[in-house]
Design a binder for this molecule. Structure first.
Ligand code: UD1
Length: 360
């Protein structure tokens, strides 16, 4: 089966890696063509992930780069359509919820190519998030749905999808975590900041509603600086956040701003941290897997199992809630959490088995 695999941004690389691991271990009649849209292009957001995770060199790189949502989505659509006009696969696989996911699924469907969506069916209910729009559009036109939870499968059933289009397979990000755990690397900042296990926090923030408005962002940093009570907060800064940090003047001396870390370095820090503070979705899943407390600076999540079963709590960007959750962590009152069903490192294999059974 000829398959195009689409990847554009950092979290996509982590997800597709799992398919390559499964492919190498169980083999199969799949002929993958890897399309990198170039949505993320920095070495630190893209190149290093390919190297560390052992993802093959892309067959095509659309090199779309940055731009507004419309510009980026349009550039991906134009670039991918040109490739498909020359040669079409039998199936296109898109993963996650970034602009590349939605753009390529639209292009493929308009050329009557079947689309499979990995991480389908998750919903935050918050249509102000670009990722929610990407999920809704992608799922509305995809043909096959691979889900991380039974809840996601139910969302698809409720939206009218047929049971035989849906495959509950688990979480590809956890496959990649399990596979690479033994190779996690201690980053340089461990020595620079004299870190000790469970005596530091690790933080990531990049959502527009947390970082784009200076006042909101400053208030969040001030609260975290205060609530961390002298323990260092390591903050690898995403390029979109970096632009805002340059304009900040407030004193937040517990927070150590560093460049983005590689996958193996970042997860080394997550696994040993006292807690994670984030507005990402994928990182809440990784924290749940490691059973590390996680405070999410968002009002909603498309991954409710990380709160219901895992170690995650939603604090929004309300200073009172943030401070309450820090207090609970420091007094040891955090829930223990359990790892959700099928987050077991075998999701890639289940996906390939599902694909093998599809009659196109
Ligand atoms: C994207 C995804 C988001 C995901 C995040 C992970 C969408 C809508 N959003 O958000 O779901 O959680 O990636 O990182 O697809 N930039 C660089 N170098 C790069 C890439 C981006 O400097 O390699 C800068 C760009 O100039 C841009 C900003 O970072 O202004 C944001 O990049 P973009 O890909 O538009 O969205 P993210 O915020 O990264």
């Amino acid at each position: 089966m000829k398959i195009d695999l689409i990847a554009g941004a950092r979290p996509n690389f982590v997800k597709i890696a799992a398919l390559y691991y499964a492919y190498r271990s169980i083999g199969n009649n799949f002929d993958f063509r890897l399309i990198h849209t170039g949505q993320h292009y920095d070495e630190k957001l893209s190149g290093i992930f390919f190297k560390e995770l052992g993802i093959p060199k892309p067959d095509f790189n659309l090199e779309v780069g940055s731009g507004s949502h419309a510009e980026q989505t349009a550039a991906i659509m134009i670039g991918y359509e040109q490739i498909l006009k020359k040669s079409k696969p039998e199936l296109v696989i898109v993963v996650g919820d970034v602009n590349s996911t939605m753009a390529c699924s639209i292009v493929a469907k308009k050329l009557n190519i079947k689309v499979a969506h990995i991480e389908a069916g998750i919903r935050s209910g918050d249509n102000t998030m670009p990722e929610e729009i990407n999920r809704i559009v992608t799922d509305s036109i995809s043909d096959y749905f691979f889900t991380t939870t039974r809840n996601a499968s139910n969302n698809l059933l409720k939206s009218g999808k047929n049971e035989n289009q849906i495959y509950f397979v688990g979480n590809t990000m956890i496959d990649t975590l399990v596979k690479n755990r033994k190779n996690f690397k201690r980053p340089e900042c461990w020595n620079t900041f004299k870190l000790n296990e469970r005596e530091y926090f690790i933080m990531t923030l990049h959502r527009p509603n947390n970082v784009d408005e200076e006042k909101t962002f400053k208030n969040i940093l001030a609260e975290i600086n205060y609530s961390s009570k002298g323990l260092p907060v390591i903050f690898p800064v995403h390029p979109r956040t970096e632009a805002v940090i340059k304009t900040l003047t407030s004193e937040v001396k517990n927070i150590r701003f560093i460049s983005p870390l590689s996958y193996l370095e970042f997860n080394y820090l997550v696994e040993r941290s006292k807690a994670v503070i984030t507005d990402s979705g994928g990182i809440t899943e990784e924290a749940t897997f490691f059973k590390v407390p996680c405070i999410t600076l968002r009002e909603s999540t498309e991954r409710p199992e990380t709160v219901r079963e895992g170690t995650n709590e939603l604090a929004g960007n309300d200073p009172d809630k943030i401070s309450k959750y820090f207090e609970r962590i420091s007094t040891g009152q955090w829930k223990i959490g359990k790892v959700p069903e099928y987050w077991d490192g075998k999701t890639g294999e289940r996906i390939l088995q599902g694909l093998a059974g599809i009659k196109l």
